[in-house]
Ligand binder design. Structure first.
Ligand code: HEC
Ligand code: HEC
Ligand code: HEC
Ligand code: HEC
Ligand code: HEC
Ligand code: HEC
Length: 290
């Protein structure tokens, strides 16, 4: 009974303290050590890693800006995102979530390092990005041939929660005969693209001085369907997208690769190496040094 009374008294007193505290709370300055993050915030292997928090929030960093300032310079937290995310855009830089995180030139913004952290070319998010964009010795390809490129991280259409990246084959990919170019998400394959040989050049459209090169009414490519995450060199071998020279071209299956330079100088050398990437797979006929 005695303890029971003491308990009641204690509970009463505690209640008053609690009420007092909640009255006072607005005036207490927030102590960062108590208010901010869980342990592991800076450990990339931890589920509490700050990047994982952003990812779980559909890559939205607007919450972070409320405390770390609109320009991520730290604000009242004193903890600037830019101490590590050093580009002018801070964590909104294009290589924060995909591409090479350590690149300071702003070049390597496409996977590898896809959104799951994968770097193997067999991962769908990685695939043949590097070979098209950065390690391409036969042509020049831009993001915009396959995707709409956002101006900033919050541009509409960029991040669509629950959906894979949008592949949108345009420009060079769908020029000439290739208006039916398409990407199949289930098979991770591209079909009917101009780049991989869905082209038709007709004798009727050729300059009179070039018509001698037609053995047929048309020259056509091989229109290959290619698998995005099969990166073993076979799908971009010389002679895969078009025969050497293509069907319908004089000397079909007779001209050696060392002969192309005679008429396509400026594009290839006398060994059949592409010497000017801007003239190969550019949508145009390039002959006589043009
Ligand atoms: C002490 C250094 C440091 C600070 C400060 C920092 N980051 Fe990071 N952040 C990193 C590192 C390192 C990575 C990449 C980790 C990896 O992929 O291995 C990263 C990755 C990220 C990612 C990508 C996560 C992913 O899974 O791809 C986002 C988004 C991000 N940070 C946002 C922020 C924001 C917002 C702030 C400030 C509120 C901030 N960071 C402050 C070091 C830091
Ligand atoms: C309620 C305010 C608040 C919000 C919201 C907030 N932070 Fe923080 N953050 C802090 C404070 C305060 C610190 C500094 C003390 C600490 O580490 O707890 C901090 C520190 C950090 C650090 C460590 C920086 C360093 O140099 O050690 C990282 C990384 C970070 N925050 C990332 C984020 C990310 C990412 C978000 C959004 C998902 C976010 N924060 C949202 C208050 C906040
Ligand atoms: C030759 C076509 C092509 C080019 C060029 C290309 N991409 Fe992609 N991209 C793809 C394909 C295909 C996928 C996989 C889509 C899927 O999920 O099936 C993809 C996926 C992605 C993803 C999602 C990765 C993931 O983890 O799911 C990002 C991010 C991306 N691309 C960014 C870029 C950027 C940035 C550039 C330019 C610097 C670029 N891409 C250029 C074809 C391309
Ligand atoms: C905060 C993380 C983050 C940052 C920063 C970021 N991206 Fe992305 N990006 C994504 C995600 C997530 C996707 C997958 C899109 C989806 O969900 O449809 C993506 C997809 C893409 C794609 C593939 C096409 C698409 O929209 O699906 C391109 C291209 C791309 N980003 C370019 C950029 C560029 C350019 C920047 C810099 C201006 C940038 N990204 C900055 C997270 C980011
Ligand atoms: C990824 C597909 C692809 C591969 C691989 C490829 N080509 Fe082509 N090539 C094309 C396309 C498409 C054209 C059509 C014209 C254009 O747009 O340049 C073309 C055109 C040409 C032309 C005519 C000149 C011109 O550009 O108009 C020559 C010569 C040529 N290729 C030689 C080669 C040689 C040699 C190799 C191997 C080193 C090769 N190609 C590999 C797609 C390819
Ligand atoms: C005798 C000259 C000559 C030689 C040798 C020659 N070409 Fe051509 N080729 C032409 C001409 C001219 C055209 C232009 C047709 C037109 O205007 O549509 C052409 C067109 C092409 C085209 C389709 C349209 C274009 O320009 O892309 C390809 C692909 C091509 N050649 C590849 C080759 C390859 C590969 C070789 C070597 C194996 C080769 N050619 C050797 C004269 C030649």
């Amino acid at each position: 009974m005695k303890y029971f009374l003491i308990n009641i008294l204690l509970a009463f007193a505690f209640g008053i303290i609690l009420i007092g505290c909640s009255d006072l709370q607005n005036n207490i300055p927030v102590t960062p050590q108590l208010s901010a993050h869980k342990p592991g915030n800076l450990d990339p292997t931890s589920p509490n890693f700050h990047g994982n928090i952003v990812k779980a929030n559909n890559w939205n960093m607007k919450d972070c800006q409320q405390c770390h300032a609109a320009d991520y310079s730290g604000g009242t937290t004193g903890a600037s995102c830019k101490s590590c995310h050093k580009s002018p855009q801070g964590p909104e830089a294009c290589n924060t979530c995909h591409g090479n995180f350590s690149d300071t030139t702003g070049t390597y913004i496409a996977p590898p390092r896809d959104l799951n952290g994968d770097t193997a070319t067999t991962a769908i998010g990685v695939g043949a990005h590097f070979n098209h964009l950065y390690g391409n010795s036969i042509s020049t390809v831009n993001c915009s041939n396959c995707h709409v490129v956002p101006q900033s991280v919050y541009s509409s259409g960029h991040i669509n929660p629950g959906q894979p990246a949008q592949v949108n084959l345009t420009g060079l990919a769908s020029t000439n005969a290739a208006s039916n170019a398409s990407y199949d998400y289930n098979a991770a394959s591209c079909s009917n693209t101009y780049c991989h040989g869905n082209f038709v050049f007709s004798v009727d459209s050729a300059l009179p001085g070039d018509q001698f090169a037609f053995a047929d009414s048309q020259m056509v490519g091989n229109n290959k369907t290619v698998t995005w995450n099969k990166v073993d060199g076979t799908q971009a071998a010389c002679g895969s997208c078009h025969d050497l020279p293509p069907k319908g071209h004089i000397g079909y299956q007779q001209f050696p690769i060392t002969s192309c330079v005679a008429c396509h100088e400026g594009v290839v050398d006398d060994q059949g190496n592409i010497i000017d990437k801007t003239k190969h797979i550019n949508g145009k006929v390039n002959v006589r040094g043009n």
